[in-house]
Design a protein around this ligand. Structure first.
Ligand SMILES: Cc1cc2nc3c(=O)[nH]c(=O)nc-3n(C[C@H](O)[C@H](O)[C@H](O)COP(=O)(O)OP(=O)(O)OC[C@H]3O[C@@H](n4cnc5c(N)ncnc54)[C@H](O)[C@@H]3O)c2cc1C
Length: 317
């Protein structure tokens, strides 16, 4: 069975989450080909070679390639690779791209947390309704391929380098894009994308005021972590929406999630309860977050966070 693995690139770097399907795909018995979404460069293809790809489909690099046009390149790559299964990370970018071609040419499973192959069917486990339930869906790939968008940090990235990689450039696409790219700018917290981070330190209303997010940023710098937030503080204008974790924010699955001054409302838990280890710091011993936490500290986050930062700094130096 041929698999096409969609590689998302951000700031000329391959997103780690788009490499998480490599080993999984091999375990399903697939032969992997990469699709470099809207990009092409010797550095990127060299990196893909290190991750064990022998073949990559890419396009001429165009700054204004948007999902509208990249989805057409993707369609071309699926056909040329004769792919029965397509893997991607479950990002907004890939959702935008895949849903454009899913109506007639593709079955699609998003926010997937488990995949297996049984009796020639691909069975996926998806998280639904903000994690309140899971669905097992079985796909036949005989007539049309299936695209599986994986939740980040659920599968290990593996790398067995290849000696050579063959690069095929797809035919140029000229679409009259209805959406025009006007400009791009870095948003706050763009240092570390929280959907990719292994560690997240997250703050809520218990931090009392916007300026205290500096304490979290200092801790994050020591841990090489991303900084997240509850909706309450995003709505209050303390931090930007791209930091919000939860039902109406981002879904994250880091190895370690440290919730500081966050009560643990169901809508917040919807975005972070699949984290491997959850640590909560809260003054209220009855806060719901403690029911989800592996480790809890009933304490004032404003006095604990700087001490934690200093202790970690001296441990690491
Ligand atoms: C449709 C809908 C969608 C929503 N989507 C989201 C979402 O995506 N993400 C999200 O987060 N919320 C979401 N919410 C809001 C959610 O219901 C909560 O209101 C929100 O998560 C609360 O944020 P908080 O925990 O920061 O604040 P609070 O609930 O006010 O909790 C603050 C916590 O800080 C503790 N605390 C106070 N002082 C200290 C201190 N000094 N040190 C340590 N702890 C302290 C308190 O004990 C308390 O537990 C949504 C709500 C709705 C209705």
């Amino acid at each position: 069975m041929n698999a096409l693995i969609c590689i998302e690139v951000s700031n000329n770097k391959i997103k780690k989450s788009s490499l998480e399907s490599i080993e999984l795909s091999k375990q399903l018995g697939c032969t992997n080909t990469a699709f470099l979404a809207g990009a092409n460069s010797p550095e990127l293809t060299e990196e893909l070679k290190q991750y064990g790809f022998k073949n990559v489909f890419c396009s001429e690099k165009k700054e204004d390639y948007l999902p509208e046009s990249i989805s057409l390149l993707l369609k071309q790559a699926i056909n040329k690779a004769n792919a029965s299964i397509i893997f991607s990370n479950n990002s907004l970018f890939s959702q935008d791209m895949f849903f454009r071609i899913s109506a007639s040419d593709l079955n699609i499973a998003s926010d997937v947390i488990g995949v297996e192959k049984k009796d020639n069917k691909i069975n996926t486990t998806q998280s639904l309704f903000s994690g309140k339930c899971t669905a097992q869906i079985s796909f036949s790939t005989e007539k049309i391929p299936v695209a599986i968008l994986l939740r980040a940090n659920q599968f290990k990235v593996s790398a067995t380098p290849e000696e050579n990689i063959s690069v095929s450039v797809l035919d140029n696409i000229n679409v009259d894009n209805k959406i025009k790219l006007v400009s791009t700018s870095k948003s706050e917290n763009s240092e570390k994308d929280i959907t990719e981070a292994n560690i997240i330190v997250s703050g809520g209303r218990g931090l009392k005021e916007a300026a205290n997010f500096k304490l979290l940023k200092d801790l994050a710098a020591v841990l090489d972590a991303g900084v997240g937030a509850s909706r309450a503080v995003v709505d209050a204008g303390w931090v930007s929406h791209n930091m919000q974790v939860g039902q109406t924010g981002k879904v994250v699955s880091p190895k370690l999630y440290i919730a500081c001054g966050i009560s643990g409302a169901i809508q917040h838990l919807a975005g972070m309860s699949s984290s491997q280890i959850i640590v909560a710091i809260n003054t209220d011993a009855d806060a719901p977050i403690f029911k989800k936490a592996n480790y809890g500290l009933v304490a004032d986050a404003l006095s604990v966070i700087p001490k934690l930062t200093e202790a970690l700094k001296s441990q690491m130096s």
